[in-house]
Design a binder for this molecule. Sequence first.
Ligand SMILES: Cc1cc2nc3c(=O)[nH]c(=O)nc-3n(C[C@H](O)[C@H](O)[C@H](O)COP(=O)(O)O)c2cc1C
Length: 394
Amino acid sequence: MSAIQLREGVWSVGVLNPALRVFDIVMEAKYGTSYNAYLVTGEKNVLIETVHAEYFEEYVDNITSVLPLEQIDYLIMNHNEPDHSGSVAMLMERCPNLKIFATAAGKKHMEDVANRALPIQIVKAGDTLDLGGKVLEFIPAPMLHWADSMFTWDPADKIAFTCDFLGCHFCEPTMLDKNIHDNAAYEGEFYNYYGGIFSPFKPFVLKGLNLLPAEADMVCPSHGPVLVERLQWAKEEYRRLSTVAPKAVKDAAVIYASAYGCTKALAEAAAEALKADGLNVTCLDLVAAGLPACAAAANEADVLLVGAPTINRDAPKGIWDVVTSIDAINVKGKAAGAFGSFGWSGEATGMLHTRLSQLKYAVPEAPFRVTFTPTEDDKKAMADYARSVAALCK
Ligand SMILES: Cc1cc2nc3c(=O)[nH]c(=O)nc-3n(C[C@H](O)[C@H](O)[C@H](O)COP(=O)(O)O)c2cc1C
């Protein structure tokens, strides 16, 4: 991809990576991605973001197709994940007089990524950068999706540069949303990106939408096409996806695996007790309900009970898949407990209890476990245990 003029004096100088299929270890990128970067020219010339280190030369080619590197005065780093900051150190080698602007957290991240001190000016909300005729404004927008995130606002061009916010992994060679051919594919990636990157930060997304200047008619994100025609839609979707309806009653999820019905009997005792106490209870057998439904219920629950037998000194893999699908960022105020049946050594419940406590759920002192078939007393004790977990929920 070469430099693409977006508006008078505003260029896209990022690169496409159409072959990428897995981003950040965990996100599928069916259509590759783009590492977006922008150049705003004037009396002073400023770059906004760099690119993944492997694409540095292509990035430099794009910049130098507009102007020589020596004429670049500033670099603004809205976000410093290495797919955007990975080329900062190399760029500094070529442009040693470059002055960099970032938030305080951005400075720390950038220097930790580059492993060297950098000439960074820390910016705060409302700080500006005068390019001579054009004044850019900095709008810190923390936790979108790192502490360092900020937007850069160009009021003269009505463009907001928003780092990952409103972006997605999609290669549109023209960078213009009006040229997207496969709109269904784009929308799928837009939602995947929101889900993978922003869904843990819903309150911050709503704050970010409010910080975004309403008069912006172009948004330049750091992945995927620039938003003009889709801008209103994209903002509305972020608002819709991030708005959480208040709950009238607390949700409880009892999720279990059970080979011979022993852990199942405990699960049913727990579910009945919580239902009787007025909670909205979802009780799911992992094998029947499947991982996606169990993971969704676990994440929705204010009170979570995870049940597993011990099989070969561990919990079965499927149950681990559930507890490793939990959004660790959003367990504040929630409570969880582990229970299960075992034959002789009974490791599963302790291991699950440790994991739940490491996720920072409020957990009782110990898990609940019984040998083989639960007695009526065991079931009563299970009901008490479930209630004791629910009592820990704020
Ligand atoms: C293949 C297999 C391996 C097992 N390994 C262990 C074990 O390592 N330690 C243990 O305490 N119980 C072990 N058990 C016993 C189960 O934990 C026990 O039968 C339990 O009651 C099963 O509960 P469930 O009906 O909820 O699956 C094993 C059972 C099976 C079928």
